[in-house]
Design a protein around this ligand. Structure first.
Ligand SMILES: Cc1ncc(COP(=O)(O)O)c(C=O)c1O
Length: 429
């Protein structure tokens, strides 16, 4: 039997040091079923992270597996040079539910490539290399996506052909406006946006790109209506709004199907990735035709819209809609909040519980302060693992625990996961 330790040794020897696995003793997941996974040594875990919100409707989901197997047995790849039915159908379905009028869809292989495409379109459409993004953002690892990422732990270069300014946003705990109420906070950030445009840009700005809830940033969540208020300023300047729904899409926030819908706003573009393929590589961008069609030359992504990926996407989307998993995310998210809230409130080293639906996080700090404490986040991660629960880490200082059960999580699974989490929190002083 291959052991976790052996694989860790081989991983470290061959992969670069900037990728590293979770845990002091990392695990290799051998297989999964529904909300559970088993490592190569046979240990079972309840999976409340889904490989970073990507296995979204359960491991080995029978309908997704059947769709993938059926498609794999027919044809796995053709490209946009041919008329792939699953690709066309998934594009039609995503366009219809995107909320973007006169929508067109372009498929890519990753969230980074989707965001690259959004920036390519916005800068071409607006004939400007100026872009606005939010502080504490993460939009991917490609050269362009890095330029719009504002997160020192994940920013590998400052070189860019873009002129980017980062505006104040939803990471309220560490915002200079943190003492304000929702309305004042939003107004202060809108003022900041206006000032950045006036003082730090040279006229026409292409777009503002934002995650409705910041994923890697530890689920920093602005007040509802926040981006709608921002868009009033953007609209005055003709600046496009791009919503990065890579983590917030497909009903995960419970209240809405897309994160942007909490904000009384219609985006010009929407990018998606992660959960839609339930683990199969699938991502893309939705844009108004006028913006999407701004590229006048040929463009192509070899694997984008691949029949295998889009078959998985269609099966995943059907599963989400047929089982009303958005409603489940809302109900199970509320159950999780209700169970976690009391322990969070009595724990002096947890600054807050935040997020929505099935994307919630706690941020760990030194007791009774907001000084980040990554050590305690690490202890939570390890304690949960010992109890058979996988959660994620994130946040600007590596001090946020991200809790993201499958969208079809059951009440029993929520209770099991929360019990492990609460016991872990209570054992840490
Ligand atoms: C909000 C957001 N956008 C974009 C990306 C990049 O996606 P990918 O890793 O598929 O390139 C991520 C990845 O974590 C993300 O969380």
């Amino acid at each position: 039997m291959t052991t976790n330790a052996e694989l860790f040794e081989r991983y470290t020897a061959i992969l670069p040091p900037y990728v590293h696995p979770l845990y002091e003793e990392p695990i290799s997941i051998d297989h999964g079923e529904g909300g559970y996974v088993w490592d190569v040594e046979g240990n079972r875990y309840l999976d409340f992270f889904g490989g970073v919100l990507t296995t979204m409707v359960g491991h080995a989901n029978p309908s997704v597996v059947a769709a993938v197997q059926e498609q794999a047995a027919k044809v796995m790849h053709t490209s946009t040079l041919y008329l792939s039915e699953p690709m066309i159908e998934l594009a039609e379905r995503i366009a219809a539910i995107s909320g973007i009028p006169d929508a067109r869809v372009f498929f890519t292989t990753s969230g980074s490539e989707a965001n690259d495409t959004a920036i390519l379109l916005a800068t071409s459409y607006r004939r400007s290399n100026q872009v606005l993004a939010m502080r504490n953002s993460y939009h991917g690892r490609s050269f362009t996506a890095q330029a719009i990422t504002s997160h020192s732990a994940w920013s590998s270069t400052s070189l860019s052909g873009l002129a980017v300014n980062f505006v104040q946003g939803g990471y309220r705990l560490r915002s200079p406006f943190r003492h304000m109420d929702d309305e004042e906070f939003t107004a202060a950030c809108v003022d900041d946006l206006q000032q950045v445009i006036d003082m730090m840009t040279a006229g026409d700005v292409a777009c503002l790109i934002a995650e409705p809830i910041q994923g890697v940033g530890g689920f920093a969540t602005p007040p509802d209506g926040f981006f709608g208020a921002m868009q009033k300023v953007l609209a005055n300047h003709g600046i496009l709004f791009v919503t990065d729904e890579v983590q917030t899409g497909w009903g995960r926030t419970g209240e809405h199907f897309w994160g942007y819908q909490a904000h009384d706003i219609v985006p010009d573009m929407l990018t998606f990735a992660k959960g839609v393929g339930n683990g199969i590589t699938l991502a893309g961008i939705v844009a108004r035709a006028e913006v999407m069609d701004t590229i006048k030359v040929l463009s192509f992504s070899t694997f984008g819209g691949n029949p295998l990926s889009t078959a998985a996407g269609l099966a995943t989307l059907d599963y989400v809609l047929d089982n009303d998993l958005q409603a489940n995310a809302k109900a199970m998210g509320e159950r999780m909040t209700a169970a976690l809230r009391p322990v969070v409130e009595r724990t002096p080293w947890i600054a807050e519980l935040r997020g929505k639906g099935l994307m919630q996080a706690i941020e760990t700090v030194h007791p009774d302060s907001i000084e980040p404490d990554a050590g305690r986040a690490g202890a939570v991660l390890e304690g949960c693992k010992r109890r058979g629960l996988l959660v994620g880490k994130g946040g600007l200082y590596g001090n946020a625990i991200r809790i993201t059960p499958m969208l079809d999580v059951t009440a029993d699974e929520i209770d099991e996961g929360v019990t492990a989490l609460v016991e872990t929190i209570e054992e840490i002083s």
